[in-house]
Design a protein around this ligand. Structure first.
Ligand code: NAD
Length: 282
């Protein structure tokens, strides 16, 4: 599969486009308007130094060649007309995803394989809208795809096994390490592991059981992991756990949200990106 179309050019869509082009694929970038697409050159200039910093084989020439393999269009029929595979990274709303796939299903060639990058929706919520459920599945990337390069490939009950394998192979061709997920699982593998760990750490803190530093130290020393849960919270940023916990039915989760708002967010300590969260960074 040499020709990829990516629907949605936001945070993740732009990274998937650039990573696939860097890996030698021809990529068509689709978004709602030419004004939105006009921001793409800035995205490439933002990503290039990060590739040079993080990837040993990156050179300015290779990065320029990647940009040369990207074509942008706001015409959906044009965007999908020669796609071997389409990856959808539109906003995380079921109605937008269903509507998008309904349109794409009517326009794309019969051979085209369809993937969603949704973080929280299940492929079976969308499959029927594509008109070709057997060629539809999830290919889920992590933020900073060039570095955090897992590609979680998740099928639904109706996905053709050959399509599942073809997408795992494609993920590898664009520099991802494919993680095969044979049954639908909310949160895929990564968040199924990570969310309970972070919730448990939050509970230990609000119950006053141990300090942030000691909870992290315990996890690092006992498992060999490079980061403890509060270091992970700092990377994710404070706003995400705040939003997820503030309206929880669990009083301890709400207490954790209040704590991060009062002691961190209100003081401008938004996590590693802002220089300070549970820890202070250079
Ligand atoms: P984003 O808001 O940054 O980008 C969404 C893009 O989709 C925007 O460019 C928007 O103009 C465009 N768009 C809106 N409606 C559209 C439509 N009907 N057709 C085509 N494009 C449309 O969002 P994001 O963070 O890149 O997330 C996109 C998807 O990727 C979501 O499903 C999300 O769950 C998933 N995801 C996000 C992350 C992350 O860390 N941000 C990680 C993994 C997966």
């Amino acid at each position: 599969m040499q020709n990829l179309t990516v629907l949605g050019t936001g945070v993740l869509g732009s990274q998937i486009i650039f990573q696939a082009a860097y890996s030698g694929k021809n990529v068509v970038a689709y978004d709602l308007s030419d004004e939105i697409l006009a921001k793409l050159p800035d995205r490439w200039e933002y990503l290039k130094p990060l590739y040079l910093r993080d990837l040993e084989d990156a050179t300015p020439e290779k990065l320029d060649a990647a940009v040369g393999r990207i074509r942008a269009t706001s015409d959906l029929a044009d965007a999908v007309s020669d796609a071997d595979i389409i990856i959808e990274a539109v906003p995380e709303r079921l109605d937008i995803k269903q509507q998008t796939w309904e349109q794409v299903g009517a326009l794309a060639p019969d051979r085209t394989i369809f993937c969603t990058n949704s973080s929280t929706l299940l492929p079976s919520d969308i499959a029927e809208f594509t008109g070709r459920p057997e060629k539809f599945l999830a290919l889920h990337f992590a933020n900073e795809v060039w570095r955090a390069n897992t590609g979680e490939v998740m099928q639904h009950a109706g996905t053709d096994p050959e399509v599942f394998e073809a997408v795992a192979q494609f993920a590898e061709e664009i520099g991802m390490v494919p993680i095969r997920i044979y049954k639908e699982q909310p949160g895929y593998v990564l968040n199924s592991l990570l969310v309970p760990l972070l919730d448990a750490a939050a509970q230990l803190l609000v119950r006053g059981v141990a300090s942030v530093e000691d909870i992290d130290k315990t996890w690092r020393m006992a498992t060999g992991a490079p980061n403890g849960p509060f270091e992970i919270f700092d990377v994710v940023g404070m706003m995400t756990p705040y939003t997820l916990n503030k309206d929880s039915e669990n009083p301890e989760s709400r207490e954790f949200a209040e704590l991060i708002k009062r002691d961190y967010i209100d003081k401008g300590y938004l996590g590693k990106g802002s220089g300070r969260g549970f820890y202070t960074y250079e």
